[in-house]
Design a protein around this ligand. Structure first.
Ligand code: HEM
Length: 270
């Protein structure tokens, strides 16, 4: 489901599937620069980073996005400010796939400075069980990504913020207690990240893209089937997945919302 990945999985998953070039970036934002430029000016090290030696890869990304002249801007940023997605250049150095340049204006609780220069293993260290379950496969995917193949995945979480730029979880989570049960439909959001990877043909790196979609909970109640599917994912989420995403912090609010909209609690689907 395009914006409803909980209908597919409520556990950590690689979940990469091929898409056509025509469906690479989803668009849907008239003026990404208006959102990204102020962040780039005011919070540079949270939203931007580049390593020495990443410029050829950055230039290749810019050309792929259709930006042929970047002026004084680093090419990856010049490209990023023309698209809704965040752009992450991942290159193989010293035997590891590492983030060599990143434009990150819609972070879900991480920052550019934290991941710049880091390997896939280092980045995913905080995700419970990730390296044991997925790292070998993920590295193999980055190693073997065929030219022309574009893969996409989606993940999801629940947050109490309509703001795409959320580098830190603490200030967001500190406001959960302010939410009245009757306001959950407007105060809680499903946060879906749609990500893609593709090979850079000339420089050999991988371009990772991240597009965030925020939808108020109210939208879940528009159809009983969709609400039921969400309720099933929420209540059946794998314990490590739920813990990692802080679902316990929202448990009472979400349960209250589900019940108020006719989703009575049942652990066995009866
Ligand atoms: C296509 C390759 C990738 C896959 C399959 C993947 C998969 C995952 C998964 C399953 C999670 C756990 C949360 C969730 O999505 O449900 C995660 C978290 C994360 N991923 Fe990835 N990832 C990939 C590439 C990357 C890259 C290139 C970056 C570089 C910015 C990155 C940054 C992160 C971060 C920062 C987190 C959160 C870690 C934390 O809590 O500190 N991922 N990833």
């Amino acid at each position: 489901m395009r914006r409803r990945p909980w209908e597919e999985s409520a556990d950590f998953a690689i979940g990469l599937a091929p898409i056509d070039e025509a469906r690479w970036l989803e668009g849907g934002e008239a003026d990404p620069a208006a959102r990204k430029d102020p962040l780039h000016a005011d919070h540079r090290d949270l939203v931007w980073g580049e390593t020495p030696g990443s410029r050829p890869g950055q230039l290749e990304v810019a050309a792929l996005i259709g930006v042929t002249s970047s002026g004084d801007l680093p090419p990856l940023y010049a490209a990023s400010r023309t698209v809704a997605d965040d752009l992450v250049l991942v290159e193989r150095t010293g035997g590891h796939w590492r983030v060599s340049a990143i434009s990150l204006s819609a972070p879900t609780f991480f920052t550019a400075r934290e991941v710049l220069g880091k390997s896939l293993a280092q980045i995913h260290g905080p995700v419970n069980g990730f390296n044991d379950r997925f790292l070998v496969r993920l590295v193999r995917i980055f190693d073997g990504l065929r030219p022309g193949l574009i893969l996409q995945r989606r993940n999801w979480s629940v947050v109490n913020s309509s703001e795409p730029f959320t580098p830190f979880s603490a200030p967001v989570r500190a406001r959960i207690g302010e939410i009245a049960p009757a306001d959950v439909g407007q105060a809680l959001f499903t946060r879906v990240e749609r990500q893609t990877v593709r090979r850079l043909l000339q420089t050999g790196g991988v371009l990772f893209t991240i597009r965030v979609w925020l939808t108020p909970f109210q939208a879940l109640a528009e159809s009983p089937e969709q609400l039921a599917a969400f309720a099933q994912a929420w209540r059946g989420a794998a314990p490590e997945f739920a813990a990692y995403k802080g679902f316990h912090l929202y448990a009472d609010l979400v349960e209250g919302f589900l019940r108020a909209h006719g989703e009575s609690h049942s652990v066995n689907g009866a």
